[in-house]
Ligand binder design. Structure first.
Ligand SMILES: N=C(N)NCCCC(=O)O
Ligand SMILES: [Zn+2]
Ligand SMILES: [Zn+2]
Length: 322
Protein backbone atom coordinates (compact mmCIF):
# COMPACT_ATOMS: atom_id res chain seq x y z
CA UNK A 1 0.00 0.00 0.00
CA UNK A 2 1.28 3.44 -0.79
CA UNK A 3 0.54 6.38 1.41
CA UNK A 4 0.61 9.85 0.00
CA UNK A 5 2.35 12.26 2.30
CA UNK A 6 0.43 15.51 2.72
CA UNK A 7 3.47 17.64 1.88
CA UNK A 8 4.80 20.62 3.76
CA UNK A 9 2.53 22.94 5.71
CA UNK A 10 3.08 26.36 4.18
CA UNK A 11 2.51 29.92 5.34
CA UNK A 12 -0.88 31.39 6.23
CA UNK A 13 -2.66 32.35 2.99
CA UNK A 14 -2.47 36.15 2.82
CA UNK A 15 -5.32 36.28 0.30
CA UNK A 16 -7.66 34.95 3.01
CA UNK A 17 -6.18 36.22 6.25
CA UNK A 18 -4.66 39.69 6.02
CA UNK A 19 -0.96 39.48 6.43
CA UNK A 20 -0.91 41.86 9.37
CA UNK A 21 -3.31 39.65 11.39
CA UNK A 22 -2.24 37.28 14.13
CA UNK A 23 1.01 36.68 15.96
CA UNK A 24 4.15 36.76 13.79
CA UNK A 25 6.13 33.71 12.84
CA UNK A 26 8.86 33.89 10.19
CA UNK A 27 7.13 34.33 6.79
CA UNK A 28 3.81 33.37 8.48
CA UNK A 29 4.99 29.77 8.56
CA UNK A 30 3.64 27.24 11.06
CA UNK A 31 5.26 26.90 14.44
CA UNK A 32 7.43 23.83 14.86
CA UNK A 33 4.92 22.42 17.39
CA UNK A 34 2.21 22.60 14.70
CA UNK A 35 4.05 20.25 12.34
CA UNK A 36 5.59 16.87 13.03
CA UNK A 37 9.12 17.95 12.11
CA UNK A 38 10.93 20.56 10.07
CA UNK A 39 13.53 20.35 7.32
CA UNK A 40 14.51 23.94 8.07
CA UNK A 41 13.90 25.37 11.54
CA UNK A 42 13.87 29.14 11.87
CA UNK A 43 14.92 29.81 15.44
CA UNK A 44 15.39 33.03 17.38
CA UNK A 45 18.12 33.76 19.90
CA UNK A 46 17.14 36.88 21.85
CA UNK A 47 20.54 37.49 23.41
CA UNK A 48 22.71 40.63 23.29
CA UNK A 49 24.88 40.53 26.37
CA UNK A 50 27.97 40.15 24.16
CA UNK A 51 27.84 43.58 22.53
CA UNK A 52 30.60 46.20 22.71
CA UNK A 53 28.50 49.24 21.84
CA UNK A 54 24.75 49.71 21.33
CA UNK A 55 22.57 46.97 22.84
CA UNK A 56 19.20 45.87 21.45
CA UNK A 57 19.82 42.88 19.17
CA UNK A 58 17.86 40.76 21.66
CA UNK A 59 14.81 42.18 19.90
CA UNK A 60 16.15 41.38 16.42
CA UNK A 61 14.50 38.01 15.86
CA UNK A 62 11.01 39.25 16.59
CA UNK A 63 11.55 42.38 14.46
CA UNK A 64 12.59 40.14 11.55
CA UNK A 65 9.52 37.96 12.09
CA UNK A 66 7.28 41.05 11.98
CA UNK A 67 8.99 42.37 8.85
CA UNK A 68 8.72 38.95 7.17
CA UNK A 69 4.91 39.08 6.98
CA UNK A 70 5.19 40.47 3.45
CA UNK A 71 7.35 37.64 2.07
CA UNK A 72 5.44 35.73 -0.59
CA UNK A 73 5.62 31.99 -1.27
CA UNK A 74 7.33 32.04 -4.70
CA UNK A 75 10.93 33.25 -4.99
CA UNK A 76 11.45 34.26 -8.64
CA UNK A 77 15.15 35.00 -8.20
CA UNK A 78 15.73 31.31 -7.47
CA UNK A 79 12.69 30.00 -9.37
CA UNK A 80 11.50 28.12 -6.31
CA UNK A 81 8.67 27.96 -3.77
CA UNK A 82 10.81 27.29 -0.72
CA UNK A 83 7.97 26.47 1.67
CA UNK A 84 6.47 23.91 -0.74
CA UNK A 85 9.79 22.17 -1.45
CA UNK A 86 10.54 21.45 2.19
CA UNK A 87 8.93 21.86 5.58
CA UNK A 88 10.10 25.17 6.99
CA UNK A 89 8.80 26.02 10.45
CA UNK A 90 9.36 28.60 13.15
CA UNK A 91 10.92 26.92 16.17
CA UNK A 92 10.43 29.93 18.47
CA UNK A 93 13.21 31.29 20.64
CA UNK A 94 16.09 29.78 22.58
CA UNK A 95 15.89 31.13 26.14
CA UNK A 96 19.46 32.27 26.80
CA UNK A 97 20.48 33.73 30.18
CA UNK A 98 21.03 37.50 29.72
CA UNK A 99 23.14 37.72 32.90
CA UNK A 100 25.61 34.92 32.23
CA UNK A 101 27.31 34.76 28.83
CA UNK A 102 29.02 31.41 29.47
CA UNK A 103 25.72 29.81 30.38
CA UNK A 104 23.96 31.43 27.39
CA UNK A 105 26.60 30.04 25.03
CA UNK A 106 26.04 26.55 26.49
CA UNK A 107 22.27 26.90 26.19
CA UNK A 108 22.46 27.92 22.53
CA UNK A 109 24.77 25.02 21.72
CA UNK A 110 22.51 22.48 23.44
CA UNK A 111 19.37 23.85 21.78
CA UNK A 112 21.06 23.81 18.37
CA UNK A 113 22.19 20.21 19.00
CA UNK A 114 18.60 19.21 19.75
CA UNK A 115 17.28 20.81 16.55
CA UNK A 116 20.07 19.35 14.39
CA UNK A 117 19.37 15.92 15.91
CA UNK A 118 15.87 16.05 14.41
CA UNK A 119 17.50 16.37 10.98
CA UNK A 120 16.65 20.07 10.58
CA UNK A 121 18.92 22.72 9.15
CA UNK A 122 18.88 25.99 11.08
CA UNK A 123 18.10 29.52 10.02
CA UNK A 124 18.95 31.33 13.23
CA UNK A 125 17.79 34.89 13.88
CA UNK A 126 19.93 36.76 16.42
CA UNK A 127 20.79 38.14 18.76
CA UNK A 128 24.32 39.48 18.69
CA UNK A 129 27.24 37.78 16.95
CA UNK A 130 28.38 35.95 20.09
CA UNK A 131 25.85 33.24 19.22
CA UNK A 132 27.74 32.17 16.09
CA UNK A 133 30.26 30.32 18.29
CA UNK A 134 27.86 27.86 19.94
CA UNK A 135 26.06 27.41 16.62
CA UNK A 136 29.33 26.52 14.89
CA UNK A 137 30.23 24.12 17.71
CA UNK A 138 26.98 22.35 17.12
CA UNK A 139 27.53 22.26 13.33
CA UNK A 140 31.02 20.78 13.75
CA UNK A 141 29.70 17.99 15.98
CA UNK A 142 27.46 16.93 13.13
CA UNK A 143 29.52 17.75 10.04
CA UNK A 144 33.14 18.07 11.20
CA UNK A 145 34.96 21.38 10.61
CA UNK A 146 32.82 23.54 8.30
CA UNK A 147 33.53 26.15 5.65
CA UNK A 148 32.48 29.62 6.80
CA UNK A 149 31.22 32.53 4.78
CA UNK A 150 31.00 35.51 7.07
CA UNK A 151 29.22 38.67 5.89
CA UNK A 152 30.11 41.54 8.21
CA UNK A 153 31.65 44.99 8.35
CA UNK A 154 33.83 43.55 11.12
CA UNK A 155 36.34 40.72 11.34
CA UNK A 156 35.00 39.36 14.64
CA UNK A 157 38.31 37.56 15.08
CA UNK A 158 39.50 39.79 17.90
CA UNK A 159 40.78 38.11 21.06
CA UNK A 160 39.01 39.56 24.10
CA UNK A 161 37.06 42.62 25.22
CA UNK A 162 37.63 43.72 28.84
CA UNK A 163 39.11 40.27 29.34
CA UNK A 164 35.97 38.50 28.09
CA UNK A 165 36.50 35.69 25.59
CA UNK A 166 32.88 35.29 24.47
CA UNK A 167 31.69 38.54 22.88
CA UNK A 168 30.26 39.63 19.55
CA UNK A 169 33.73 40.69 18.36
CA UNK A 170 35.43 37.35 19.07
CA UNK A 171 33.37 34.32 17.96
CA UNK A 172 35.47 33.36 14.94
CA UNK A 173 38.82 33.47 16.72
CA UNK A 174 37.38 31.11 19.32
CA UNK A 175 36.01 28.89 16.56
CA UNK A 176 39.42 28.66 14.84
CA UNK A 177 41.11 27.93 18.18
CA UNK A 178 38.61 25.14 18.82
CA UNK A 179 39.27 23.53 15.43
CA UNK A 180 35.62 23.64 14.39
CA UNK A 181 36.21 25.55 11.14
CA UNK A 182 37.74 24.24 7.94
CA UNK A 183 40.57 26.76 7.71
CA UNK A 184 41.01 26.14 3.98
CA UNK A 185 37.62 27.77 3.31
CA UNK A 186 37.09 30.82 5.48
CA UNK A 187 36.00 34.13 3.99
CA UNK A 188 34.85 37.48 5.26
CA UNK A 189 32.71 39.54 2.88
CA UNK A 190 31.93 43.24 3.24
CA UNK A 191 34.78 44.03 5.61
CA UNK A 192 35.47 47.71 6.13
CA UNK A 193 36.02 50.41 8.71
CA UNK A 194 38.73 51.34 11.17
CA UNK A 195 40.58 48.66 13.12
CA UNK A 196 42.64 48.71 16.32
CA UNK A 197 45.84 48.11 14.33
CA UNK A 198 47.31 46.36 11.32
CA UNK A 199 47.88 43.32 13.50
CA UNK A 200 44.12 42.67 13.43
CA UNK A 201 44.47 41.86 9.73
CA UNK A 202 47.69 39.87 10.18
CA UNK A 203 46.14 37.72 12.91
CA UNK A 204 43.03 37.21 10.82
CA UNK A 205 45.05 36.10 7.78
CA UNK A 206 47.07 33.68 9.96
CA UNK A 207 43.79 32.07 11.04
CA UNK A 208 43.15 31.38 7.37
CA UNK A 209 40.57 33.98 6.44
CA UNK A 210 40.38 35.52 3.00
CA UNK A 211 38.79 38.95 2.76
CA UNK A 212 36.47 40.39 0.14
CA UNK A 213 36.14 43.97 1.31
CA UNK A 214 33.08 46.09 0.77
CA UNK A 215 35.12 48.12 -1.76
CA UNK A 216 36.06 44.88 -3.59
CA UNK A 217 32.38 44.11 -4.10
CA UNK A 218 31.91 47.59 -5.56
CA UNK A 219 35.02 47.45 -7.82
CA UNK A 220 34.91 43.83 -8.97
CA UNK A 221 31.19 43.36 -8.97
CA UNK A 222 28.88 40.78 -7.51
CA UNK A 223 29.34 38.04 -10.14
CA UNK A 224 33.13 37.92 -10.04
CA UNK A 225 33.21 38.00 -6.26
CA UNK A 226 30.59 35.28 -5.98
CA UNK A 227 32.51 33.06 -8.45
CA UNK A 228 35.60 33.41 -6.30
CA UNK A 229 33.70 32.56 -3.12
CA UNK A 230 32.10 29.51 -4.73
CA UNK A 231 35.48 28.22 -5.84
CA UNK A 232 36.93 28.62 -2.37
CA UNK A 233 33.99 26.80 -0.78
CA UNK A 234 33.75 23.93 -3.29
CA UNK A 235 31.48 21.16 -2.03
CA UNK A 236 32.46 21.50 1.63
CA UNK A 237 29.66 21.77 4.21
CA UNK A 238 29.07 25.52 4.34
CA UNK A 239 27.83 27.68 7.18
CA UNK A 240 26.84 31.28 6.37
CA UNK A 241 26.84 33.90 9.11
CA UNK A 242 25.39 37.29 8.20
CA UNK A 243 25.90 40.27 10.47
CA UNK A 244 23.36 42.78 9.17
CA UNK A 245 25.96 45.54 9.61
CA UNK A 246 27.55 44.18 6.41
CA UNK A 247 24.97 46.49 4.80
CA UNK A 248 25.58 50.20 4.63
CA UNK A 249 23.88 52.08 7.47
CA UNK A 250 21.62 53.55 4.77
CA UNK A 251 20.35 50.00 4.19
CA UNK A 252 20.57 48.83 7.78
CA UNK A 253 20.53 51.62 10.35
CA UNK A 254 19.14 49.30 13.00
CA UNK A 255 22.31 47.71 14.28
CA UNK A 256 24.74 48.11 17.15
CA UNK A 257 28.10 48.90 15.52
CA UNK A 258 27.36 50.64 12.19
CA UNK A 259 30.18 51.41 9.73
CA UNK A 260 29.92 53.66 6.66
CA UNK A 261 30.58 52.36 3.16
CA UNK A 262 28.78 49.04 3.21
CA UNK A 263 27.00 46.75 0.77
CA UNK A 264 23.58 47.54 -0.58
CA UNK A 265 20.82 45.08 0.23
CA UNK A 266 20.67 44.33 -3.53
CA UNK A 267 24.33 43.31 -3.55
CA UNK A 268 23.92 41.07 -0.51
CA UNK A 269 20.84 39.33 -1.90
CA UNK A 270 22.50 38.76 -5.27
CA UNK A 271 25.65 37.30 -3.70
CA UNK A 272 23.49 34.93 -1.64
CA UNK A 273 21.55 33.82 -4.72
CA UNK A 274 24.84 33.14 -6.48
CA UNK A 275 25.71 30.65 -3.73
CA UNK A 276 22.67 28.46 -4.38
CA UNK A 277 24.83 25.56 -5.58
CA UNK A 278 26.85 25.41 -2.34
CA UNK A 279 26.16 22.79 0.31
CA UNK A 280 24.53 25.14 2.83
CA UNK A 281 24.08 23.25 6.09
CA UNK A 282 22.72 26.14 8.19
CA UNK A 283 22.94 29.91 8.55
CA UNK A 284 22.48 32.74 10.99
CA UNK A 285 21.50 36.36 10.65
CA UNK A 286 22.50 38.53 13.58
CA UNK A 287 22.86 42.07 14.96
CA UNK A 288 19.48 43.52 13.98
CA UNK A 289 18.78 46.10 16.71
CA UNK A 290 15.29 47.45 16.00
CA UNK A 291 15.48 50.42 18.42
CA UNK A 292 17.85 52.10 15.94
CA UNK A 293 15.79 51.12 12.92
CA UNK A 294 13.42 53.30 10.93
CA UNK A 295 10.39 52.08 8.99
CA UNK A 296 11.66 48.48 9.37
CA UNK A 297 14.44 49.19 6.83
CA UNK A 298 16.85 46.86 8.58
CA UNK A 299 14.43 44.10 9.51
CA UNK A 300 12.93 44.03 6.00
CA UNK A 301 16.42 43.61 4.52
CA UNK A 302 17.17 40.92 7.11
CA UNK A 303 13.93 39.08 6.37
CA UNK A 304 14.78 38.99 2.66
CA UNK A 305 18.29 37.71 3.31
CA UNK A 306 16.86 34.96 5.53
CA UNK A 307 14.34 34.16 2.79
CA UNK A 308 17.12 33.66 0.22
CA UNK A 309 19.06 31.43 2.61
CA UNK A 310 15.94 29.44 3.44
CA UNK A 311 15.25 29.04 -0.27
CA UNK A 312 18.74 27.67 -0.88
CA UNK A 313 18.35 25.12 1.91
CA UNK A 314 14.84 24.07 0.82
CA UNK A 315 15.98 23.56 -2.75
CA UNK A 316 18.86 21.39 -1.62
CA UNK A 317 16.64 19.32 0.65
CA UNK A 318 14.19 18.78 -2.21
CA UNK A 319 16.99 17.91 -4.64
CA UNK A 320 18.49 15.39 -2.21
CA UNK A 321 15.07 13.79 -1.75
CA UNK A 322 14.92 13.36 -5.51
N1 LIG B 1 30.03 41.86 15.58
C1 LIG B 1 29.78 43.12 15.51
N2 LIG B 1 28.66 43.57 15.02
N3 LIG B 1 30.63 44.06 15.94
C2 LIG B 1 31.91 43.79 16.50
C3 LIG B 1 32.53 45.11 16.87
C4 LIG B 1 33.55 44.95 17.88
C5 LIG B 1 34.15 46.27 18.36
O1 LIG B 1 33.46 46.98 19.08
O2 LIG B 1 35.29 46.58 18.02
ZN1 LIG C 1 29.61 43.58 12.47
ZN1 LIG D 1 29.66 40.60 13.59
Amino acid sequence: MTTTSPGPVGPVDSSRIPRYAGPATFARLPRLDEVSRADVAVVGVPFDTGVSYRPGARFGGNAIREASRLLRPYNPAQDASPFALAQVADAGDIAANPFNIDEAVETVEAAADDLLDTGARLMTLGGDHTIALPLLRSMAKKHGPVALLHFDAHLDTWDTYFGAAYTHGTPFRRAVEEGILDTSALSHVGTRGPLYGKKDLDDDAKMGFGIVTSADVMRRGVDEVTDQLRQRIGDRPLYISIDIDVLDPAHAPGTGTPEAGGLTSRELLEILRGLASCNLISADLVEVAPAYDHAEITSVAASHAAYELTTIMSRQIAAARG
